[in-house]
Design a binder for this molecule. Structure first.
Ligand SMILES: NC(=O)c1ccc[n+]([C@@H]2O[C@H](COP(=O)([O-])OP(=O)(O)OC[C@H]3O[C@@H](n4cnc5c(N)ncnc54)[C@H](OP(=O)(O)O)[C@@H]3O)[C@@H](O)[C@H]2O)c1
Length: 262
């Protein structure tokens, strides 16, 4: 299937590794021109080079901290300059810290609001003029399965990703007439560094070995295993492509059947 992203300008946040990296690579495989962003310049440059080598597409690294407004502004203007505009925006960031209500400080609430929710409003605000100029646009927000079903011990994610869901739905209503489609993708358990860290922390808390914990965690998934970053990325690329012409305001879980909510 032709995804209709060849030559389109794509910006993928938090893309030096994990889900963002896999998404950037999947766009590049389809011939898009991609800007990847995250904080550490060295890791980002290495990732960009790796994707260029694999795909032969135009891939540029532009460092950005999503917690910093000026950094977001600089990223979007640089990306537009490099690839002649912005057609597709994939928002993403590191996940908020784990914890239950009693363990979370005011500072952590503020910080997580900024990282999970405010960063996305800022990125969309900066990218929209370019999409309007192109008279089309696609926005895909990477969130979590916690959008549909809260996850124990992740109260910050549960709270702010639900907010993201409200934002995406409202934006989809406001922008559909301009051919700008907005959707959320929610990973369940996808094999990245973040998942490894979460599993290791949980194993320590519960006095289990990481292997045993992962076996249990995979057995809870109807598909019987963790997803791969590439499986996740294929869904992002479709929603954020020219082939998606009528899906907007939706949340798609990529979770192997983990979440039972309708
Ligand atoms: N993997 C899963 O199964 C899963 C499940 C549910 C939700 N999620 C969520 O999906 C998102 C991505 O997860 P992942 O598994 O890909 O994580 P990961 O492998 O740990 O990668 C995180 C990426 O985010 C970047 N990043 C972190 N803080 C940033 C900031 N302030 N500004 C810009 N970039 C930043 C990191 O690069 P730098 O450190 O260089 O900035 C890195 O590229 C997270 O929000 C996570 O909570 C993942």
């Amino acid at each position: 299937m032709d995804m209709k992203v060849k030559g389109r300008s794509v910006v993928v946040l938090a893309a030096s590794k994990g889900l963002g990296k896999a998404t950037a690579e999947a766009y590049a495989q389809e011939g898009a021109s991609v800007v990847i962003a995250s904080r550490s310049r060295e890791e980002l440059e290495q990732t960009a080079e790796e994707i260029r080598q694999k795909t032969g597409s135009r891939v540029k690294a532009v460092p950005c901290d999503v917690n910093d407004l000026e950094s977001i502004r600089a990223l979007i203007s640089k990306a537009a300059e490099l690839h002649g505009g912005i057609d597709i925006l994939v928002t993403n960031a590191g996940g908020p810290p784990p914890g239950t209500f009693d363990s979370i400080s005011d500072e952590q609430w503020q910080q997580s609001f900024q990282q999970v929710l405010l960063s996305v409003t800022r990125l969309v605000r900066e990218a929209l003029p370019w999409m309007r100029k192109a008279e089309a646009g696609r926005i895909v927000m990477i969130a979590s399965s916690s959008v549909k079903q809260p996850i124990d011990g992740l109260i910050l994610s549960n709270t702010f990703r639900a907010g993201l869901s409200g934002l995406a739905k409202s934006l989809s209503q406001e922008l559909a007439a301009e051919n700008i489609l907005v959707n959320i993708v929610g990973p369940g358990r996808i094999g990245t560094d973040r998942l490894k860290q979460m599993d290791t922390a949980r194993a320590e808390r519960t006095g289990t070995s990481v292997e045993e914990l992962q076996n249990q965690a995979q057995a809870e998934i109807p598909a019987g295993r963790y997803g791969t970053p590439d499986e996740f990325a294929q869904a992002v690329v479709f929603l954020g492509s020219g082939s998606n012409t009528y899906i907007t305001g939706q949340t798609l879980l990529i979770d192997g059947g983990l979440v039972k909510a309708l």
